[in-house]
Design a protein around this ligand. Structure first.
Ligand code: GLN
Length: 273
């Protein structure tokens, strides 16, 4: 079967089965199998595709598995990250968090940066790539996430992986910058999320009873780990701007920033003296 025939079949199969964005998903799957970028699709219409392999991927998408897991990698910021069951899929809102942090870190000299609850490492690794002056420590406790984090961090000289709980700060170096996209969904709300999200690890989503557990840990255990005037960059749930700002008692200059959809999404703050 050719790339073009496979694409057409994929669109037909996915739309008949009620899958949204059938064209985009079929294109991503075909190009993944053909080993080409989506934008190069028109140049490869007559290449061969093994139908059996394509059909397997289509079935996984039809059964509700997120496209990103089926493909096994996804673009984030300026590079590609391995993803799969065990890590959260990198999201465009998080790119904005990364971008803000990178702009700040580029203006510092040598510095120590932490990415707390690193997951796939998309934040920490993007920062490490963009800021050679920074040493970026990524802390993650999930053993399901660890293989992805380690693989994504391979070859990035200024990135370090720490397997552990963010509550434990013993023996760690002081931080100039702390970044985190921690789990922030209220435990009771998890069951009501979109069905594709339920394929993602609960541990990466569950922020405890009020969704704020990790922000409390960051304030209580990490403000003391930061140099005076060190910067904090947090992703938050869209309703959490006020609550998160209020609980960051170790910080000043607290600012809530909206994402591209106009929802509150980022909190930045500066460590109090
Ligand atoms: N930091 C990772 C991300 O932004 C994982 C976040 C998490 O596990 N809550 O995708």
């Amino acid at each position: 079967m050719t790339v073009k025939e496979a694409y057409n079949y994929g669109v037909y199969f996915l739309s008949c089965n009620g899958v949204d964005e059938a064209e985009f998903k079929s294109l991503c799957l075909v190009c993944h199998l053909a080993g080409i970028k989506n934008s190069d699709y028109p140049l490869h219409l007559q290449d061969d595709i093994i139908m059996k392999r394509f059909a397997d991927l289509l079935w996984r998408v039809k059964s509700g598995e997120p496209l990103q897991y089926v493909i096994g990698k996804w673009d984030f910021y300026e590079s590609e990250f391995y993803v799969g069951k065990g890590v959260l899929i990198p999201r465009p809102e998080t790119e904005e968090l990364c971008d803000l942090a990178i702009k700040h870190i580029k203006g510092l000299g040598e510095c120590v940066v932490y990415d707390l609850c690193a997951g796939s490492g998309c934040i920490g690794i993007s920062v490490a790539r963009a800021c050679p002056n920074a040493t970026v420590y990524m802390i993650e406790k999930s053993s399901d996430a660890m293989p992805y984090l380690l693989k994504n961090a391979q070859g990035i000289e200024n990135a370090r992986v720490i397997c552990g709980d963010i509550k434990n700060t013993n023996d760690l170096k002081k931080a100039d910058v702390v970044i985190s996209n921690p789990p922030y969904i209220k435990s009771d709300d998890i069951a009501n999320l979109q069905s594709e999200v339920l394929f993602e690890p609960q541990m990466a989503l569950d922020g405890g009873k009020d969704g704020l557990d990790f922000y409390r840990i960051i304030n209580d255990n990490w403000s003391g780990m930061m140099y005076e005037n060190g910067h904090l960059f947090l992703e938050i749930g869209e309703t959490q701007g006020k609550e998160v700002s209020e609980l960051l008692t170790g910080f000043k200059d607290i600012t809530v920033i909206k994402d591209l959809y106009g929802n509150d999404r980022i909190v930045t703050a500066v460590k109090k003296g």
